[in-house]
Design a protein around this ligand. Structure first.
Ligand code: F0G
Length: 454
């Protein structure tokens, strides 16, 4: 059979609410054309993020009931530890309430002013947590990643030559760790090859530098390796993931992605001394080491999710369904970041809306139009999010795990193609009110009036 089906059936459903065009135009005005300000009940299909939005399985719901809420020594902690140990092989696992809590603890312990932390591409919370310590976060993606149209198997890779040059320039003593984000979220959800993980690990460790994975989407990355990297076609995804982790000295992990959990994360390390320092901080702000920032039931659901996410039927469907959305819009003329990533499709709004300059936020204008037209929420990743530091004007359509069916995705395809057909009518936006730090979440905008100077 050629048809790749959703490898689950649905036991519990949540109704979706349709709204009218007039209602949506009203909601947009009220929200200042910022989709973070729209109430979720007024969204039909929510592609804002794949984080914390997964549908849990029957086994995960059963795990919630089994959750042991003991303050110390919870069975659920030991269950998660066993699953995480088996997968990652790291000596210590500290549960945190989400990925960025793991990041904050790690960087607080390892980084200080004068330090530099390279990555293929840091996620924004990772970068912010590094820079909050006074250290500098540096992105070293392969140069080919700058071309959104280029189709490469492992476009999420790090530029190893650039890393070597950075180590020579800065000195290993100023680089407390090197990171690889798998998959590379900010770089279009693109995978990193096993060869690249190994090369970055060898170079870093060769200089005595610790090497970490930001492992949020490790399972999706493992599937891409299985499909695209010679030698892995008959490996189980779990074995590939184990090999990925074997090159690292530790990881940060958000269980809100590849563990199907609505909340949670962990921080792992092989370093006993580091684990001690991290545990002290954990107790200070997250909680006792056998629950971190989580309820026992969350720990249990994460343990179950970590096992389910590596099932081949799930990963085959997951990567195919993201690719389905990507191909159906790209093959009909909508420029996307090629090739489709694992958890999201990124429309190149700068390329699509050539009449809207970056200063009028083409990605945000497209996000607003997609909501106005069809009730679909997406997120801008461009000049509105990053200001002058933006490298592209993108719109991300992130796919929650196990939540939407093919007919939902067909609806999204139809909506995007309709918007594309009359794209020249889309107007740019200007900011009318903003807070310097949290602009993306709180700024209010308005459509630029016709004839305004650009
Ligand atoms: N690292 C990566 C690669 C991420 O994508 C995220 C979150 C984090 C770290 C932080 O994890 O949210 O649990 O604190 N990404 C979400 C997104 C928010 O929409 O891409 P967190």
């Amino acid at each position: 059979m050629q048809t790749i089906i959703e490898p689950f059936r649905i036991k519990s459903v949540e109704p979706l609410r349709h709204t009218t065009l007039e209602q949506r135009e009203g909601f947009l005005r009220e929200a200042g054309y910022n989709l973070f300000g729209i109430r979720a009940r007024n969204i039909l299909i929510d592609l804002l993020t794949d984080s914390g939005t997964s549908a849990m399985s029957t086994e995960q719901w059963a795990s919630l009931m089994r959750g042991d809420e003991s303050y110390a020594g919870s069975d659920s902690f030991y269950r998660l530890r066993r699953v995480a140990d088996d997968l990652t092989g790291f000596r210590h696992m500290l549960p945190t309430h989400q990925g960025r809590a793991a990041e904050r603890i790690l960087f607080t312990v390892l980084c200080k002013p004068g330090h530099v932390v390279p990555s293929n591409t840091h996620f924004d919370t990772t970068r912010a947590n590094i820079e909050f310590t006074g250290a500098k976060a540096v992105d070293l993606p392969i140069p080919e990643a700058a071309d959104t149209q280029l189709r490469l198997d492992f476009k999420g890779n790090m530029d190893v030559t650039a890393l070597e040059a950075l180590i020579a320039r800065e000195g290993a003593a100023h680089i407390p760790l090197v990171m690889l984000t798998v998959t590379n979220n900010s770089g279009g959800g693109q995978p990193v090859s096993m060869a690249n993980i190994e090369a970055v690990s060898r170079l870093s460790r060769g200089h005595g530098i610790t090497f970490y994975l930001d492992a949020c989407r490790f399972a999706e990355n493992a599937w891409f390796i299985r499909e695209r990297e010679p030698g892995y076609a008959d490996w189980a995804p779990k074995r590939i993931a184990q090999k990925m982790f074997s090159f690292a000295d530790g990881c940060t992990f958000s269980a809100k992605k590849d563990a199907f959990a609505n909340i949670g994360g962990f921080l792992s390390t092989n370093d006993d001394r580091l684990a001690l320092l991290e545990n002290n901080l954990l107790i200070l702000t997250e909680g006792f080491p056998t629950y971190g920032g989580l309820a026992g039931r969350d720990l249990d659901a994460i343990a179950t999710g970590l096992e389910e996410v590596l099932e081949p039927d799930y990963l085959r469907y997951r990567i195919a369904s993201t690719g389905y959305l990507g191909r159906h819009i790209a093959d009909h003329g909508v420029p996307i970041v090629e090739p489709p990533g694992g958890h999201a499709i990124y429309i190149d709004a700068g390329r699509m809306l050539t009449h809207i300059p970056p200063s009028q936020f083409p990605g945000q204008a497209l996000a607003v139009e997609l909501y106005r037209h069809a009730g679909i929420r997406s997120v801008e990743i461009g000049s509105f999010m990053f200001g002058d530091a933006a490298q592209h004007e993108l719109l991300r359509l992130a796919i929650p795990r196990r939540v939407y069916t093919q007919s939902h995705i067909d609806y999204v395809v139809e909506a995007i193609l309709e918007v594309n057909a009359r794209k020249s009518a889309i107007r740019g936006l200007e900011i009318v009110e903003e807070q310097p730090f949290l602009r993306h979440f709180t700024a209010r905008l308005r459509p630029v009036t016709a004839g305004a100077t650009r």
